[in-house]
Design a protein around this ligand. Structure first.
Ligand code: SAM
Ligand code: SF4
Length: 410
């Protein structure tokens, strides 16, 4: 008897969830303008009405997580409410770096060779429409943070046009740019007008000679002018200034860069040198760790840690006297792979699931052969399913990534 009652309860529960799922599917019809019609017909049946209303409310509250919703075969014409994008280790992917070009007007020693790196042929580089299409599919799966990078993104012609396209993409909530800032004095205004909301500027030295030594370009004044211009737009605040920390070079830069964080509205962040340089000259003992730099700063200015988001790559600190903020991105000494929520799209349309990937997933080919959004979604899910657990920089037998930083998009 009790068994029968339990079976009945299970059947009712199953029927209810089937209805919720149906409602969820019907909500997807909203955009096609069919929802009102279907809803009216169903509500017209008296016995069905109250149950439907209940299921509807449940579906509204739990829409994104209704079991199975959108998982079998996403509907191509109805582009919302796809399942979140989760990798094979259970990490939800929320962030995409889009490399808009592999070219650069600097030759930073830790990134590019002095000469001889071949550029991608023009036809291999994704168009803005192609980038926006991939971003649209990913945003529909919950990727809400887009960072434009390169190479040097500001040398891609008409970049504000792409920014405007991405800023309008439903689901994109955080649109940012990483740049060497040499063209920022001209472009900050148009980029902000197009919808850019954050900027990271690379700056390794405040001395003209040492800046030229590390970037192989005499361009410090233009970079500082770019920063000054960016400062005029509150939308971009706080500006982040990134310095790659290399033993034997950066120690001398630390006091001036820490002072910059104190006197300007910039968060200055030190990023540990990674084996992504095209010259393949990286050595473990050249990594100046975040801990070592923090100790150098604290000789003069005590720091206090600020809580950061779990997915944040940076450890954040404020000066104890309240004068500014410093960050440390420590991928070598304190890997943050377990909370990594990032994937990367290269300028030639390949998906990379880790900076140190040896394998890439071609999206441009399928895109240009007419893949539907559902096809792209399937490809993206498959690639992300195979995302690497972690980088293995600190392990014996570490094998370098298949491309260097400027070709990947850092
Ligand atoms: N050209 C732009 C710039 O320099 O900001 C964007 C592209 S650059 C590849 C992106 C970031 O990667 C920069 O902050 C740069 O300092 C960092 N980067 C390049 N090579 C690196 C390396 N070997 N280790 C750590 N960071 C690196
Ligand atoms: Fe160019 Fe940026 Fe690489 Fe420097 S770090 S060479 S600016 S891509």
């Amino acid at each position: 008897m009790q068994l029968g009652r339990r079976a009945l309860r299970d059947v009712v529960a199953l029927a209810f969830f089937a209805l919720v799922r149906l409602v969820h599917r019907l909500r997807l019809l909203e955009r096609a303008g069919l929802l009102l019609l279907v809803r009216s017909v169903l509500l017209a049946v008296p016995a069905f009405g109250p149950v439907l209303v209940l299921a509807w409310l449940f579906g509204l509250r739990h829409g994104r997580h209704v079991p199975g919703a959108g998982s079998a075969k996403p509907d191509d014409t109805l582009t919302s409410m796809r399942e979140p994008l989760v990798d094979g280790w259970g990490r939800e992917i929320k962030s995409l770096r889009v490399s808009v070009t592999d070219k650069c007007n600097f030759r930073c020693k830790y990134c590019m060779p002095a000469e001889g790196l071949e550029w991608l042929p023009r036809e291999e580089v994704l168009s803005f429409e192609e980038m926006a299409r991939i971003v649209g599919v990913l945003a529909d799966m919950g990727v809400d943070e887009i960072r434009l990078t390169g190479g040097e993104p500001l040398i891609r012609r008409d970049l504000p046009t792409l920014v405007a396209m991405l800023a309008e993409t439903p689901g994109v909530e955080d649109l940012s740019l990483t740049t060497n800032a040499i063209l920022l004095d001209r472009l900050a205004g148009p980029l902000v007008a197009a919808g850019l909301r954050r900027v990271n500027v690379s700056l390794d030295s405040l001395s003209h000679t040492r800046f030229a030594e590390i970037t192989r370009r005499d361009a410090l004044d233009r970079v500082l002018a770019g920063l000054e211009e960016a400062e005029r737009y509150p939308e971009l605040s706080p500006i982040k200034v990134n310095c790659v920390a290399i033993r034997g070079f950066t120690e001398e830069e630390v006091p001036a860069l820490a002072e910059l964080a104190r006197r300007k509205p910039y968060v200055v962040r030190f990023i540990e040198f990674m084996p992504l340089d095209a010259d393949e000259a990286w050595r473990q003992d050249e990594v100046l760790t975040g801990g070592e730099i923090r100790a150098l700063i604290e000789e003069r200015w005590p720091l206090v840690e600020i809580p950061a988001k779990p997915s944040s790559t940076a450890r954040r600190y404020r000066f104890a006297d309240g004068a500014g903020e410093i960050g440390f991105v420590n991928p070598v000494s304190e890997p943050f792979c377990s909370s990594c929520d990032r994937i990367r799209l290269t300028a030639d349309g390949r998906l990379r699931t880790c900076l140190f990937s040896r394998r890439e997933w071609d999206l441009k080919g399928p895109l240009r052969r007419g893949a539907s959004d559902a096809d792209l979604e399937g490809l993206l899910r498959w690639a992300v399913q195979h995302k690497e657990l972690k980088h293995r920089i600190n392990e014996p037998g570490f094998v370098r990534a298949s491309r260097s930083m400027s070709q990947i998009g850092g």
